[in-house]
Design a protein around this ligand. Structure first.
Ligand code: NCD
Length: 415
């Protein structure tokens, strides 16, 4: 049987996501019923399976929610929690590490600072691989949790208006979430902090792939008019409003309640900045701001929070972030079962094919220009050849790196 992975949110179809959510609903009811050996039978569906949990970057929620998900399914877990404790520290390549771990484990969960590292592991491991966050690229299991939260809290995803706020440049959660929201026909308001805009290649891609209508908005008043009249007209195509650099001013300039169903806040991803010197205006979402949103809007955050969410709003029913973190366990239980084809997915016929584009592979002259991409790492270059998809674009076609998915700023090594 074909091995499936979750290296980007494109690896699963909307139908598969919704099936996983139905399974997560059932699995969440069994939470807590497993006690040592006298466990409930439904949740022994992963007994005999081992999950390798490789975290080469810090994590609390994601790692623990994966590990508790596997334990609740009756499976075992082997962990690496620091790059320094694995053989990569001795110079082993990611591809070799993948081959070895793939021979010990039935499923691999990996978080890595290099973008595209989970794809390389998926190429070499021979078992399903799950991306638990790769650099600033994507965080598809957080996205599944975010979509599940929207469905649980708002009853649907399609037609909702979701504002992604703050650091949209380096926040990997918002990258994969933007793709998923567009696919599920939700409207998206991109309210970035100054210098931290959503990368252009993602915005263009959303328009191109999902036909989202896009509007660049320069002030908050104009944004409000557009967003509020859009929902009154009940337009059903997905729209993206881009409010570049306006996160610092958004609430200051707000003079009516915006028709936004969910505010998805993010922290500044300082650890991913080269230019740490810049000052970023970043509001703290507190009780006063809460008064400026709809009575049934929700506040989401992948957590950890730093200063962008005041503790005083934790008790408000609209603050959904701790519930969101808790949903991560049943969602990951469903995902693991799906990839291992066990329990509710044991008879599931997989018909979904990820869209394929022609490939361009040339060891000698073109490399992806992203210094964080795994294909740019000298240590990996014996085993990884730069490779690109030739994808259609407004201006004809362009090359997209198969590892980090950036459109390439071509770096010609030889004339
Ligand atoms: C996020 C991450 O690691 O990208 N956290 C998480 O997985 N819940 C967000 C963050 O670190 O800001």
């Amino acid at each position: 049987m074909e091995i499936r992975h979750l290296t980007t949110i494109d690896d699963v179809s909307n139908e598969e996501i919704l099936m996983m959510f139905d399974a997560a609903d059932v699995m969440s009811q069994h939470k807590g019923k497993i006690k040592s050996k006298g466990r409930e039978s439904l949740l022994d569906i992963c007994a005999g399976y081992n999950m390798a949990s490789l975290f080469f970057e810090p994590s609390t929620r994601t790692r623990l929610s994966f590990e508790s998900a596997m334990h609740r399914l009756g499976g075992d877990v082997s962990s690496v929690t620091e790059a320094g404790s694995a053989s990569v520290a001795k110079g082993e390549t990611i591809a070799d590490t993948a081959k070895i771990i793939g021979s010990y484990a039935d499923v691999i969960v990996v978080r890595h600072p290099w973008e595209g590292a989970p794809k390389v592991i998926a190429d070499y491991a021979g078992v399903p691989v799950i991306n638990a966050g790769d650099g600033a690229h994507q965080h598809p299991t957080q996205t599944l949790t975010d979509l599940y939260t929207l469905r649980k809290e708002k009853g649907r995803i399609e037609g909702l208006t979701v504002a992604l706020c703050g650091d949209l440049k380096y926040g990997r959660t918002v990258h994969s979430l933007a793709y998923a929201l567009a696919r599920f026909k939700a409207n998206i308001v991109l309210i970035s902090a100054q210098n931290l805009d959503m990368p252009d290649y993602i915005i263009k891609d959303l328009g191109f792939r999902y036909g989202c209508h896009q509007e660049e908005i320069v002030d908050v008043g104009q944004a409000l008019k557009k967003i509020n009249s859009h929902s009154q007209n009940a337009v059903r195509t997905s729209t993206i409003w881009v409010l570049s650099g306006l996160w610092g001013d958004f609430f200051k300039d707000l003079d009516e309640i915006p028709d936004i169903d969910a505010f998805y806040l993010t922290r500044v991803q300082k650890e991913r900045f080269a230019d740490i010197g810049i000052t970023i205006e970043y509001p703290t979402f507190d009780g006063k701001l809460l008064e400026k949103i709809k009575a049934d809007a929700i506040i989401m955050h992948p957590l950890p929070r730093v200063d962008e969410l005041a503790y005083e709003i934790d008790g408000d029913p609209r603050s959904a972030y701790f519930r969101q973190a808790a949903y991560g366990v049943p969602v990951r239980m469903a995902l693991i079962s799906f990839l291992l084809s066990v329990g509710p997915f044991s008879d599931f016929k997989r018909t979904f094919q990820k869209p394929q584009f022609p490939r361009y592979k040339n060891r000698d002259n073109i490399r992806c220009g992203n210094p964080k991409c795994i294909s740019m790492q000298e240590s990996e270059s014996q085993q990884i050849t730069p490779e690109f998809e030739i994808v259609p674009s407004d201006s004809g076609s362009l090359l997209r790196c198969v590892y980090c998915e950036r459109e390439i700023e071509c770096q010609l090594l030889h004339a």
